[in-house]
Design a protein around this ligand. Structure first.
Ligand SMILES: C[S@@+](CC[C@H](N)C(=O)[O-])C[C@H]1O[C@@H](n2cnc3c(N)ncnc32)[C@H](O)[C@@H]1O
Length: 456
């Protein structure tokens, strides 16, 4: 018999929100059928309209609140709820920190790893204006080149000038560049027809150095009047040290293309972390919350328990930030990273800081581990900081066979963390101390954490 959902599209229902998903959506249930409702919080009684019905779930939109959560923060500017750039902004910050702690704890419970404890989340004093990087789509709105962000589940641009979680100097720079592009009649990208010149403005700013990089991501190879545009950017934004054009002619959601032209200045900017200086390219990974990154790396170093005698592997090392921070406390550090450009930056960074006991290699961490193991490398500590998909199983096998005393796992995705911890446990490791969540992404549901695994 065909299953019939207990709700109908465009009908309204009175419900009580029971839970909050990992994406920050409220969850209501009718006859055990889950309905996900943005901008609603556990305990709230609402009237909602069903906007979409799928086989096993539906989406709804709040129409009115009958009661509100004591943890609710009212959002005055509707562009934040329209776009979802800050999906947890309606939740008070202390409750956001608890939500992140519980999220990790729940995932360990669900995996029957009840023995793993999770500490309270390390938060930020000012949980806004923190992002050191922005990637802002440029489109035409009412016939005018406009910057902002996409309306939820669409590619319609909502004009935004204050992005709330970005460094305010970056917000200002975006407006300056937007106005210069308007002045020189640069054609904004049209996604439907795949026409126009400028797709995205990317800005990076060194939190400690105040060096700024502007990347103009274009569909077209040529930016008409590019010389004048560059001169104007330099004149109006004295912090700018690097202006780059990145050509991405493909019709894709991938942001950066392969072709990069330096329009003016350097190909990198610099920033400082834990007293070290780093060169950062347009396409290198660099943590987006510098205030919390200092705490994150400090924690990782502390948890590695280094005495100056250890051999350390830093897998997924990016531009070498953790490797170089650990090098001061270890005998030798080996870093591996898949992006060639990031390793070039890592090598420059070692020189910049006059650090000689690190060796950086380009490659897949899982393959390089097998090579190192084959060559007889015996690390005392392995640090991993993988992307959201976590570690490859062969990485964990190779790591366990090298038998380091300790593995420090920096994770940006608790689901893959729990999966990988389980595999480490199957290979003779245990979680030695409570997992520490650290809020790298306030106002969003993203969760970063540090876990220490030790050989039994
Ligand atoms: C979360 S970032 C961490 C970077 C660095 N530890 C930091 O804090 O700046 C993950 C890094 O893993 C790299 N990466 C992704 N897949 C990889 C793989 N299979 N092997 C090695 N590195 C990889 C990415 O390019 C990225 O630089």
């Amino acid at each position: 018999m065909k299953f019939k959902a207990p709700v109908t599209k465009n009908e309204t229902y009175d419900v009580t929100i029971m839970d909050l998903t990992y994406q920050g959506m409220g969850v209501a249930k009718i006859d055990n059928f889950p309905i996900f409702v943005a901008n609603s919080l556990p305990g709230e009684e609402i009237t909602m309209k069903v906007t979409k019905v799928a086989k096993t779930y539906a989406f709804g939109r709040v129409q009115t609140w009958k009661s509100k959560s004591p943890d609710r923060v009212e959002i005055k500017d509707k562009q934040y709820t329209q776009t979802g750039i800050t999906p947890l902004q309606h939740l008070a910050y202390p409750a956001q920190l608890e939500f992140k702690q519980h999220q990790i704890q729940e995932l360990f419970y669900k995996a029957h790893l009840d023995e793993v404890e999770v500490s309270p989340t390390v938060g930020m004093e000012k949980p806004y204006g923190y992002r050191n990087k922005a990637q802002i789509p440029v489109r035409s709105v009412n016939g005018q080149l406009t910057t902002g962000f996409y309306r939820r589940n669409s590619h319609d641009l909502v004009p935004i000038e204050d992005f709330y979680i970005q460094d305010p100097e970056i917000d200002k720079a975006i407006l300056v560049v937007r106005d210069i592009l308007r002045q020189y009649h640069t054609a904004p990208y049209n996604e439907t027809n795949h026409t126009g010149v400028i797709k995205t403005i990317m800005v990076r700013r060194g939190h400690f150095t105040h060096e700024m990089m502007i990347v103009l991501i274009t569909r077209a190879k040529k930016i008409p009047m590019n010389f004048e545009i560059v001169e104007e950017i330099r004149k109006q934004l004295p912090e700018v040290k690097s202006i780059i054009q990145n050509v991405n002619a493909a019709q894709t959601n991938v942001l950066l293309g392969k072709e990069e032209k330096i329009l003016w200045g350097s190909n990198v900017i610099h920033d400082e972390l834990l007293g070290l200086r780093f060169a950062i390219s347009a396409d290198s990974f660099y943590q987006v919350n510098p205030v919390q990154t200092d705490k994150l790396y400090d924690l990782a170093i502390q948890k590695a328990g280094l005495t100056g005698k250890e051999t350390v592997i830093d897998a997924y090392c990016g531009i070498g930030t953790i490797s170089l921070a650990m090098a001061k406390h270890a005998k030798k550090v080996y870093g591996v990273e898949i992006v060639d450009k990031a390793i070039q930056d890592a090598k420059i960074n070692a020189k910049l800081n006059d650090i000689r006991n690190v060796r950086f290699t380009v490659g897949k961490a899982e393959e390089k581990m097998a090579d190192w193991q084959h060559d007889g490398l015996k690390p005392d500590v392995i640090v991993v900081d993988p992307p959201r998909k976590g570690l490859a199983p062969e990485f964990i096998t190779a790591a366990a066979e090298m038998a380091p005393k300790r593995v420090v796992y920096v994770s940006c995705n608790p689901a893959t963390l729990v999966r990988d911890v389980q595999t480490f446990m199957d290979n003779g490791y245990h979680v030695a101390q409570p997992v520490i969540p650290l809020d790298q992404f306030p106002q969003t549901p993203h969760v970063e954490s540090v876990t220490v695994l030790e050989h039994k």
